[in-house]
Design a protein around this ligand. Structure first.
Ligand SMILES: [Zn+2]
Ligand SMILES: [Zn+2]
Length: 389
């Protein structure tokens, strides 16, 4: 029976096994299912029973290519490492001294705990921790980014620092709970652009999960107009349901910059949130904003790009890069979801059992059946109805 010293449990309500099912990464792209010891929460940590975990494009990068995952200072392959980072669940054990959360409480998680001691962590920029990945051997600074620098969520239990927990409403399904961190990333983008976007014009490029929820968050914050660009009509339609005032299919529009300007009274927009990672996305974003406008880059492109720097300088354009979901943006995002300002479940399309992770990854990677957010669950008895339409 799981009973580590100093850890509070309630085995009657939430029995915890000593070992758990976990997916483990071998060579690039090769996952196998095995058993691992159920992890033990330390000071300021809890044990989370993972009830649902969403697949993110970054999981595919980690599993097939390695970065941005970094385990013991290097690539994550053949290190007995478990990927997965966008999960929610139930607190089932408390580490020493934890009274901020209760056993049985439903939570969603942020990814980055940070080290808590570097300059950026002290500023709330824990996703840019200066000790990223330093959590082993002589350089153990205690950094955790589950599913990037520590074991993640494609398993049954995981430990989380209390700083990474976001209490969720009981009205939220498990699947919706996994989307808090995605909405939190969109919220962080708008936070970094200045936050107060009421009445300001916003373009979101790329209707992936973050882009679609960036539309929802921008609209909830009062932005006007909100314009979404992308290549797939089915995703653009979801953008409209989430609050986009205009959508532009770039495949059917020869000059997307001219089209954006036309939609905003001839001028560029105040803000662009770039979520597409397309090769020319940065330059197009620069041409879409008005003079003095701001561009936030939220996608991870694989290749370097040539950028029109003279245009940036002549027009006093600001460019921001964000990593993930800093400055407690997930808490603000959850508050919006709790108030039903937007329906994040519109981007959830499929749910699979945890045992079928490989099939779930294939759906996410190849966008089978128009998959957007694919979720896996260890216990399928309360799986939300598949939202595909
Ligand atoms: Zn992610
Ligand atoms: Zn730090």
């Amino acid at each position: 029976m799981y009973a580590p010293a100093g850890v509070k449990t309630n085995h009657n309500a939430f029995p915890i096994p000593d070992t758990m099912k976990a997916w483990i990464l071998g060579d690039p792209g090769e996952l196998s299912i095995g058993q691992k010891p159920t992890p033990v929460p330390k000071k300021a940590e809890v044990l989370v029973r993972i009830d649902a975990v969403a697949i993110c494009a970054t999981d595919l990068d980690n599993i097939y290519h390695g970065p941005p995952a970094m385990i013991e200072g290097g690539l994550p392959f053949n290190k007995n490492w478990t990927p997965g980072h966008e999960y929610m669940g139930t607190v089932v054990a408390l580490g020493p001294g934890v009274d901020e959360y209760k056993i049985g409480q439903r939570i969603s998680v942020e990814i980055h705990a940070g080290c808590g001691q570097c300059k950026r962590c002290r500023e709330g920029m824990y996703t840019s921790c200066h000790n990223y990945g330093l959590n082993y051997g002589d350089v153990d600074k205690g950094h955790r980014a589950n599913g990037f620098t520590t074991d993640g969520g494609f398993c049954e239990y995981q430990v989380n620092n209390i700083n990474t927990l976001v209490a969720i409403s009981d009205e939220m399904t498990d699947e919706e709970g996994t989307l808090v961190v995605t909405a939190g990333t969109a919220m962080y983008a708008l936070t970094e652009l200045g936050g107060l976007v009421a009445g300001e014009s916003v373009v979101v490029t790329g209707p992936g999960p973050i882009g679609l929820l960036a539309v929802a968050v921008a609209k909830s914050l009062g932005a006007q107009p909100v314009i979404l660009t992308g290549t797939r009509d089915n995703r653009l339609d979801i953008g409209t349901k989430l609050g986009a005032d205009h959508v532009i299919n770039v495949r059917k529009t020869p000059d997307v910059v001219a089209e954006v300007k036309k939609m905003n009274g001839g001028k560029g927009v105040d803000y662009v949130v770039e979520c597409s990672a397309a090769p020319n996305a940065v330059n197009e974003a620069l041409y879409m904003v008005n003079r003095g406008g701001k561009v936030c880059l939220a996608a991870f492109p694989h290749d370097k790009a040539l950028v029109d720097i003279a245009h940036i300088v002549r027009n006093n354009i600001y460019i921001y890069g964000i990593r993930g979901e800093g400055k407690s943006a997930t808490h603000r995002a959850e508050a919006y979801m709790r108030q039903k300002r937007f329906d994040a479940t519109l981007i959830h399309t499929h749910t699979f059992p945890l045992d079928d992770l490989k099939e779930a990854l294939r759906y996410a990677k190849d966008r089978v059946d128009d998959a957007i957010k694919v979720v896996v669950k260890a216990d399928m008895s309360n799986a939300a109805k598949q939202a595909a339409e």
